[in-house]
Design a protein around this ligand. Structure first.
Ligand code: PLP
Length: 396
């Protein structure tokens, strides 16, 4: 019954959001809450002041609060764009993706959460290390196994965390199915939409309650801003106050300059994403046919086991992230990765420049990634150059 309602809701939401977001590109360029002290400037002013002057009756100018931790003009502009991007009702910017995740766990006020076995590893570290003396326990499940998800729900479960496609195996969670299970048991769902971005997946369409992003990645897009955000929708307005309090009193807010930079990045978001996706598709097809490649994990490939479920949830292509299992020794793989021309051997993802990463090397004491796995963040360079670079890498 819930499955059917979620499906109908998602179809309705799809059409509604297409009508509402027709002018999204315009709003991401012009802003919805642009700040101009100097009326002649075309871009928003950077407001560095930490404190704001009161008027004769003790009030502040429109929307402003007493102190920059509570509110800052550049952050307000950013938050209004972020809410718009995900079709949410409110957005809260944080100093990192991790701070945003912490904000969600904190707002739950204890209890039990279910997380994917391949959740971003520092998200799991956050629960393991920072909540070990507090009453927030967690169960780890394979999110592609729906009966395991349902079996993990306890009477005290408050949240199921979805992260899809996953890192670094690009496993794909059936978001609608997990949401149906969660609703049946009166449990909230949160979706880390960092990898897919709203360009490819709009989690509110599938009934998800809370969206989280590391804005350090595709939304920032230039590998020069650390940031995160939480976006809420109507049904979770009661969470709004908790997240707002965590932001204001916890103080993990982004600087005005980081907000300003992210506002600039969002203006080109809709131009960057199709190039990431089409370059990734071309590279995945090339890699799939190469004899040195054991397996390509990219949901856009028809041969990929998650292709069908990914197609059900993704629009405008399949994103810029993939991983490959290579027929080579770990030491050889690392050496070759560091010798590439355009792909830099570095962590992170979602920037305009292409990156590769030997994932196992960064996973600390309990690595889970195979030794022959290379994670690839495909940038927006010319696709021929990227394929040539991999051709050299594989045949060197
Ligand atoms: N979520 C995902 C999927 C990530 O890839 C990352 C970082 O790599 C994070 C969350 C954490 O974000 P940040 O590094 O901005 O704290």
């Amino acid at each position: 019954m819930w499955g059917k309602s979620v499906h109908l809701f998602s179809v309705f939401y799809f059409y509604l959001s297409n009508i509402l977001l027709k002018n999204l590109a315009t709003q991401l360029v012009h802003g919805t809450d642009k700040q101009h002290a100097n009326q002649a400037s075309v871009v928003s002013d950077l407001v560095l002041s930490t404190t704001f002057e009161r008027n004769e009756i003790g009030d502040f100018a429109d929307g402003q609060d007493v102190y920059t931790r509570s509110s800052n003009p550049n952050r307000r502009e950013l938050e209004s764009k972020l809410a718009l991007l995900e079709n949410g009702t409110s957005a809260f910017a944080f100093a990192s993706g991790q701070a945003a995740t912490l904000g969600i766990f904190h707002a739950l006020g204890g209890k039990h959460v279910i997380i994917p076995d391949d959740m971003y590893y520092n998200g799991r570290n956050l629960l393991e290390q920072c909540f070990k003396h507090r009453e927030l326990t967690y169960s780890v499940v394979d999110m592609t196994d729906l009966s395991a998800v349902e079996a993990a729900i306890k009477p005290e479960t408050s949240l199921i965390w979805i992260e899809t496609p996953s890192n670094p195996l690009l496993k794909f969670t059936d978001i609608s199915a997990v949401v149906s299970i969660a609703k049946k048991h009166n449990v909230l769902t949160a979706c880390d939409n960092t990898w897919a971005t709203p360009y490819h997946i709009q989690p509110f369409r599938f009934g998800v309650d809370i969206i989280m992003h590391s804005t350090t990645k595709y939304l920032g897009g230039h590998s020069d801003i650390l940031g995160g955000c939480v976006i809420l929708n109507e049904p979770t307005e009661q969470m709004k106050q908790s997240i707002a309090d965590f932001q204001k009193y916890g103080g993990g807010v982004p600087s005005p300059f980081d907000c300003w930079l992210l506002n600039r990045s969002l203006a080109t978001f809709l131009l960057r994403m199709p190039v990431h996706a089409s370059n990734a598709m071309k590279l995945a097809l090339f890699l799939e046919s190469h004899e040195m490649v054991e397996q390509v994990n990219y949901p856009g490939l028809e041969s990929n086991i998650y292709h069908k479920v990914a197609k059900k949830h993704m629009q405008n292509g399949f994103g810029g992230m993939m991983s490959v299992l290579l027929k080579m020794e770990e030491s050889d793989l690392k050496k070759r990765a560091s010798d590439m021309k355009y792909f830099k051997h570095a962590t992170s993802l979602g920037g305009v420049e292409s990156l590769v990463e030997h994932r196992r090397s960064v996973e600390g004491n309990n690595p889970t990634s195979p030794a022959n796995l290379l994670r690839i963040s495909v940038g927006i360079e010319d696709s021929h150059d990227l394929i040539d670079d991999f051709e050299q890498f594989l045949t060197r």
